[in-house]
Design a protein around this ligand. Structure first.
Ligand SMILES: Cc1cc2nc3c(=O)[nH]c(=O)nc-3n(C[C@H](O)[C@H](O)[C@H](O)COP(=O)(O)OP(=O)(O)OC[C@H]3O[C@@H](n4cnc5c(N)ncnc54)[C@H](O)[C@@H]3O)c2cc1C
Length: 541
């Protein structure tokens, strides 16, 4: 932590996650004579034992670098709450995530642009920022410079190009399974068309994590002061309550002459707005928070990708991760990323039809029907992963298959538990609440069941108690193991809470820049999009 020598800055950034780190670096470079204060609730990532080697990710859950959130009881998951992973450390999600690097279909960014009423958020507008973020290592394949970057701060690489000896024993068998299930090989899933199966792209650099603040070298910027282990309590306003002038934090008040920018993530940016008096008037009055601006959509529209793991016992030893140090997958080439080869995306025509029958509006149905829209992602992890990881051993014979709904129509919300800024927000993802989500997930699981049945020489048995592909059995698996895969977004939606420049509607000098502004679900894991989003906003400030 740097020790602040003043309480006055040009820009204050609340939250030093992915978006906060990118903005701090870009603003510092763009305006060398301006000062930036970056305030982060967690500590520094450098030297932390869980931030570095990929396989340490499994131990980051509920550790000292996690906010340890639990959702409210989920009414469509047997009334049980769900763990909501979220990083509490400088660099945010980039310090604890799985390193999957993916972009959504172009049509989904174009839908975002429509909701934002700003065409620059479409695929064409975002692509230069995807490119700016990355240094793409293509190995022996030719690199397409119209899609990939060669000089960005984040190094990204596919499994095959990551190491010549990283040949997972199931690589070709799982590729055959995807083909037999009707997925065609997609040679570049970053192209704006994700349908089919493709090699997983990761952002481990030579097998080491790249936390955003480290990759963007924020600490080297002489005009950035980084204040860690400091909780932002609320935004401060001028006497007219129309302009943000800084933040109140656990270390005192700090003032921004130009802008205050919230980058606290999809759970905590709406929480900060509410604590500051911006949100639904009725909620604020319940907690006795003086109203600054009645903005009913703050905290609404929480979307996340519901997902379910299925656990499998394999016939052959050595095809999956084994805890023993001399096991096959313990060799160095297999320690440079997480065990797996492919991601597979599919369009499911049943989903828009069901969404329509449930009353989804015409525009939503039209976008769900877009032929490039993918409703499910399916992948294999050659290890026990997710909620069952502690139940099923890393014995070299246990793997996980995942199905994730990429176009959920269920929406949840984030709200206050108390006016005390130390209290965690109340999180209700409302998983699995629509039939459209249930149909997408069930159809995805049935595909997995067909694929595993197709290859009896690999799979011995499913380990979960709920066998078979009937709706009830799939729902029972979802109730026991399902939840989200840590992609919350939408709670300060662009077009409703912020405008196309991420400025909070109706307040001067205040922006929100993080996953919370993504207005509708994207068929991607979100980190690449959040990097591009922050790069794009930094360009416009
Ligand atoms: C376990 C896990 C695995 C994931 N795996 C992947 C993956 O493989 N691929 C992928 O693309 N995405 C993945 N994600 C999602 C991805 O990391 C997030 O979408 C991304 O980090 C969101 O960026 P952000 O800037 O919006 O928020 P974050 O990166 O979460 O940053 C928010 C920051 O604000 C800080 N903060 C919050 N409130 C306050 C406050 N009041 N005062 C001060 N600081 C505050 C937090 O501590 C945090 O550092 C994963 C996420 C998790 C949790």
């Amino acid at each position: 932590m740097s020790t602040p020598t003043t309480t006055q800055y040009d820009y204050i950034i609340a939250g030093g996650g992915i978006a906060g780190s990118v903005l701090a670096r870009r603003l510092a470079d763009k305006y060398p004579s301006f000062s930036v204060l970056l305030v982060e609730a967690g500590g520094r990532p450098e030297g932390h034992p869980l931030i570095g080697p990929p396989l340490a990710v499994y131990d980051a859950y509920l550790s000292d670098i996690d906010w340890k959130y639990m959702s409210v009881p989920q009414k469509c998951l047997g009334g049980k709450p769900r763990y909501q992973g979220a990083a509490k450390v400088l660099s945010g999600g980039s310090a604890i995530n799985y390193g999957i690097w993916s972009r959504a279909p172009a049509c989904e960014y174009d839908h975002w642009a429509e909701l934002a009423r700003d065409e620059s958020w479409g695929w064409k507008g975002l692509l230069p920022y995807f490119i700016k973020t990355e240094t793409y290592i293509s190995g022996t394949e030719p690199l397409n410079p119209s899609l990939h970057g060669t000089s960005g701060p984040i190094s990204v690489v596919g499994i095959k190009a990551s190491h010549p000896d990283r040949q997972y024993p199931l690589r070709s068998a799982t590729s055959t399974l995807f083909e037999s299930a009707g997925y065609a090989l997609n040679s570049d899933v970053s192209s704006g068309s994700v349908k089919g199966y493709c090699e997983r792209i990761e952002n481990w650099k030579n097998g080491i994590r790249q936390p955003a603040s480290v990759a963007y070298e924020v600490a080297k910027c002489t005009n950035v002061t980084i204040l860690t282990s400091t909780l932002v309590h609320k935004v401060l306003f001028d006497t007219s309550n129309t302009r943000a002038i800084g933040v109140q934090t656990s270390a005192g008040a700090f003032y921004a002459s130009k802008e205050t920018i919230l980058c606290a993530g999809a759970y905590r940016s709406p929480h900060l707005l509410l604590l500051s008096g911006i949100g639904p008037a009725s909620t604020l009055s319940t907690y006795g928070i003086p109203l600054v601006l009645d903005l009913p959509d703050v905290g609404k529209n929480l979307h996340d990708h519901p997902a379910v793991p299925l656990y499998w016992k394999l016939k052959e030893q050595g095809n999956a991760l084994d805890a023993s140090p001399d096991a096959k997958l313990s060799a160095p080439p297999f320690r440079i990323g997480l065990p797996g080869d492919w991601l597979a995306f599919a369009h499911d025509p049943a989903v828009p039809a069901i969404a329509k029958s449930e009353g989804a509006d015409e525009v939503t149905v039209m976008h769900l029907s877009h032929p490039e829209r993918c409703h499910t992602e399916v992948f294999f992890a050659y290890a026990p992963a997710g909620p069952g990881a502690r139940k099923f051993n890393k014995d070299g014979k246990t793997i996980t298959t995942w199905v994730m709904v990429m176009s959920p129509t269920s929406r949840g919300n984030v709200t206050l538990a108390s006016a005390n800024p130390i209290a965690n927000p109340v999180i209700d993802p409302n998983y699995y609440a629509t039939e459209a989500d249930r149909v997408a997930l069930r159809n995805g699981v049935r595909k997995i069941l067909t694929m595993t049945a197709l290859n009896e020489s690999i799979f011995e048995t499913e380990l979960t108690d709920h066998a078979g592909g009937a709706d009830a059995a799939i729902d029972a698996r979802m109730e026991e193991y399902g939840g989200g895969l840590f992609h919350p977004a939408g709670t300060c939606a662009m077009g409703k809470v912020v405008d196309g420049k991420c400025k909070v509607v109706g307040i001067d000098g205040l922006r929100v820049v993080d996953a919370s502004v993504i207005p509708s679900p994207l068929g991607a894991h979100y980190q690449a999009t959040v990097y591009a989003l922050a790069e794009k906003v930094a360009d416009s400030i």
